[in-house]
Write a protein that binds this ligand. Structure first.
Ligand code: GDP
Length: 365
């Protein structure tokens, strides 16, 4: 018997003969229409009209590592440049837990009170899109993410800091062309990325905490020197007094720093992002800064310097890539490294030989 269960002794259990399985692929399915690929002019047109979906696609293009996408992205950026620049670019940094996302949510609503649009971008070279702690992630800014005038974009996924930062800077251009007149660039205040953010924003805000005993809280002195303003968060409840004490300490510490190139004296304020206390004090400071630098001309000067900086950065990056990605150079470097380590050749002549090989390669020899 094929199926013992079909024996009359078994009651209530029957195995029926099966039917042949259905094909997995539906043979009657109509082929899906492919989304027409946009030209550079389509992208620019959509962006300038403030079309958020086109803007999002353009940012994805900027972030892509595919060479063809990069070429198109550069064309789009170049065409958007004439429409860009008309914004306040504000960098926001602080150690994890300082309250950046809570504050950005509140700051965002504050700047949008008078209309306008806000883009929140991030630089976090260590982040992977999957690990959930992504800066600029929508879920971290609940109120803002539902606001129709806010565009929130997480950090470009992990890569070299230079690469991630460049993409964020290019995204600023696209957002400005789309009419975003407030740009926040968020970063974690623990490493190198501050320098990159500092080189693309007009105002750099450092969010600090009070009451941990350690005044600088792992924030490097260099980061404090870059700050145009320090905002001590969580000044609520029992913490107010400690926040005021910390503010006094920070003011003292700032006195010891050399004057900033803008001659603006960085200020220290206390506020509570969570309880929305004194948020206007933070923004009074930022508004005053913009008024000041626009009057002195430092605003323009800094933007020009930043444009030069990014041109040089791009040149450096491309030169390095071109040099290190050549197989001949890679092989020669390995050989030379061994020779140098074995004391068979000096570091200097080894470097000279490798560069010499590179120049000959460039000449096609
Ligand atoms: P981030 O890592 O810098 O983005 O910090 P979050 O915004 O995620 O905040 C870290 C924690 O601090 C969260 O549990 C917040 O609820 C809390 N927090 C943020 N701002 C304040 C504040 O103004 N007062 C108090 N008491 N807690 C806050």
């Amino acid at each position: 018997m094929e199926h013992p269960e079909n024996n009359a002794e078994y009651t209530g259990l029957q195995v029926n003969s099966g039917v042949s399985s259905q094909p997995i692929i539906n043979p009657y399915r109509r082929p899906r229409a492919k989304r027409p690929s946009l030209t550079a002019a389509d992208y620019v047109d959509g962006i300038v009209k403030g079309n958020v979906s086109v803007l999002g696609q353009a940012v994805t293009l900027v972030e892509s590592t595919v060479e063809q996408h990069q070429k198109l992205a550069q064309e789009v950026i170049e065409k958007c440049l004439p429409y860009s620049g008309n914004s306040r670019r504000i960098g926001i940094t602080g150690v994890p837990g300082a309250g950046k996302s809570t504050s950005i949510d509140v700051f965002g609503l504050h700047v949008l009170r008078d209309g306008g649009k806000l883009a929140v971008l991030a630089i976090d070279p260590s982040s992977e899109r999957t690990n959930g702690s992504i800066l600029g992630d929508k879920t971290r800014m609940e109120k803002l993410s539902q606001h129709p005038s806010a565009f929130i974009r997480p950090s470009p996924s992990a890569g070299s800091l230079g690469g991630v930062a460049r993409k964020t800077r290019e995204t600023i251009v696209l957002c400005e062309a789309a009419g975003y007149n407030n740009i926040f660039v968020e970063t974690v205040g623990v490493g190198q990325s501050e320098t990159a953010v500092h080189s693309m924003v007009d105002f750099f805000l450092l969010i600090q905490l009070a009451g941990t005993g350690d005044e600088l809280q792992g924030i490097k002195r260099g980061i404090m020197e870059m700050a145009d303003g320090i905002a001590i968060n969580k000044a609520d409840g029992d913490n107010i007094e400690r926040a005021n004490l910390a503010a006094a300490q920070f003011r003292n510490a700032l006195h010891l720093f050399p004057p900033t190139p803008s001659k603006w004296r960085p200020e220290v304020v206390t506020y509570s992002g969570y309880f929305e206390l004194n948020v206007d004090k933070v923004w009074d400071m930022i508004d005053r800064y913009f008024e000041y630098v626009k009057k002195t001309g430092y605003f323009e000067q800094k933007r020009n310097e930043q444009a030069k900086y990014w041109m040089m950065e791009t040149i450096h990056e491309q030169l390095l890539n071109d040099f290190y990605n050549r197989p001949e150079i890679k092989a020669l470097l390995e050989q030379k490294e061994l020779r140098v380590l074995n004391n068979e050749q000096s570091s200097f002549t080894a470097a000279h030989d490798v560069l010499d090989r590179y120049y000959r390669l460039l000449r096609g020899e």
